[in-house]
Design a protein around this ligand. Structure first.
Ligand code: ATP
Ligand code: MG
Length: 329
């Protein structure tokens, strides 16, 4: 489909929530490194910006930020560090022009901000201000792993994408990521000390209580406190990460999304949505080497088509978001 047709294939109505100027927030995560999170973030940003809405990309890969490179940009002079270190007062002041109309970038921290180093209060200040950026949509690129910092950025989003590639290590990491994000959500909502302790213990894979899955956890909590068990169950129903399978080479690879969805529902009790797959495409890594953005330079490629399709599905989901953003606040 030519670019012009693709652009009009779906439109983005009012993305702001009713009566609010808060942007919609999505993020791209997944437990493993090198699986295409940054590529998808950059290219999704272009899809949405090309469709006429105001987008800000935020490089939340603290310690490994490279979203600017994926967008073909030099390292900007200003970054998230400047806001965190209070060298600038407003998060908006760290937005730089990406060169694509309607697409701004908040570049990742280059200096002190290894993911382990950002303090809790600094992080919460960033998360709160993300929801106040004057734009229609914020898309955040997350780092790999399941550190609290990664999970908290994931949880602040309206839609959290979990990427995986068809490899056993990636599968394992994505299950761990989904489980960890859910436990982290429960921790944010929990105030009882003994239950908080139980949540920490449950994260240990060989815990004495035999809790291996979110299902097990809820069973144990409901035994201790039935009402709390009900609250946890409803949080579980609301928690719906969106799965994207990248680097698909065979039809079986693409079916992995449904298999993971089924396994998550059966063993975790968590209902994922399978958003779609992206083909492995040699032109992707070739574009990366050239520092060019594939969606711009080859909109007909298999990769570009898949990304446009995923953007369309996301746009339809965003229409249904009416409540204020995020799980955390
Ligand atoms: N669909 C694809 N087809 C071909 N190559 C791909 C595809 N997706 C990703 N790649 C390759 O994977 C590399 C890593 O992608 P990317 O930097 O987006 O991963 P990441 O998940 O952000 O990694 P990190 O966690 O280290 O930041 C790309 O530079 C590209 O070479
Ligand atoms: Mg990355």
């Amino acid at each position: 489909m030519p670019m012009a047709e693709l652009q009009t294939a779906f439109d983005f109505p009012e993305l702001h929530r009713k009566g609010s100027r808060q942007p919609a927030v999505i993020c791209v995560g997944g437990g493993k490194g090198g699986i295409g999170k940054t590529l998808l973030t950059a290219n999704l940003g272009i899809c949405f910006a090309r469709s006429g809405i105001k987008v800000v990309l935020l490089d939340a890969d603290l310690g490994g930020s490279n979203l600017h490179t994926t967008l073909g940009m030099d390292l900007p002079d200003i970054s998230l560090s400047d806001f965190v270190q209070r060298r600038v007062e407003r998060l908006e002041d760290t937005i730089v022009d990406s060169g694509v109309e309607g697409l701004g970038l908040i570049s990742g921290a280059q200096d002190f901000l290894g993911s382990a180093n950002i303090k809790y209060t600094q992080k919460m200040r960033v998360l709160k201000r993300i929801l106040k950026i004057d734009c229609d949509l914020v898309i955040m690129d997350l780092g790999s792993g399941t550190s609290f910092n990664v999970l908290d950025f994931f949880l602040v989003a309206d839609l959290g994408l979990v990427m995986l590639v068809p490899e056993p290590t990636s599968l394992e990491n994505s299950y761990r990521f989904i489980k960890s994000a859910f436990y982290r959500l429960l921790k944010h909502r929990e105030t009882s000390r003994p239950i908080l302790k139980l949540l920490d213990d449950a994260m240990e894979s060989c815990n004495e209580m035999g809790i291996r899955t979110p299902y097990d956890l809820i069973r144990v909590v409901a035994r201790l406190d039935p009402e709390r068990g009900d609250v946890y169950r409803s949080l579980m129903l609301e928690f719906r990460p969106l799965l994207v399978v990248n680097q698909v080479r065979t039809p079986e690879d693409a079916e992995l999304g449904m298999a993971v969805r089924t396994a998550c529902r059966k063993y975790f009790g968590i209902d994922l949505d399978y958003l779609g797959s992206i083909d492995f495409d040699d032109s992707v890594w070739q574009a990366v080497r050239r520092r060019s953005v594939l969606l711009e330079h080859d909109p007909e490629s298999a990769f570009s088509r898949s990304v446009w399709k995923i953007a369309g599905t996301i746009a339809r989901r965003l229409r249904h978001i009416e409540r204020p953003s995020g799980w955390l606040f």
